[in-house]
Design a protein around this ligand. Sequence first.
Ligand code: FES
Length: 140
Amino acid sequence: MGNFEPIIVAFCCHYCAYTAADMAGSMRLSYPANVKIVRVPCTGKVDVQHILQAFQNGADGVYVAGCLEGDCHFKNGNTKAARRVIYAKKLLNEIGLEEERVEMLLMSAGMGERFAQTAFEITEKIRKLGPNPIKKAKKS
Ligand code: FES
């Protein structure tokens, strides 16, 4: 597992995390290329099914990054997403995957540094967990 490079799917809200990722880029802050960003209009559009599908398609980790509490442009999309992430954790547990493979994060558009830092932290955490066992099972 020494040179395992995880694939991490980050569902990022257009108004905050996606802009924060952009800001990280303009501040010349690097973050791991392991993180594949999927821009969504609001994290409220991310369903449990999307999270599970990402794992099924080979992601080793998934995170959903939305606006800070009270700042969602669609009122409560971020709280809905947080509930769905909790449910996805439960489902992962049931199928024998570590629940730490999925997380919910909140940030503002100006948090470029936080975006980059979090991308490093999550990549490191997933690297320690190892490859998604579903991916291995699909290959064999
Ligand atoms: Fe950003 Fe809803 S608009 S999480």
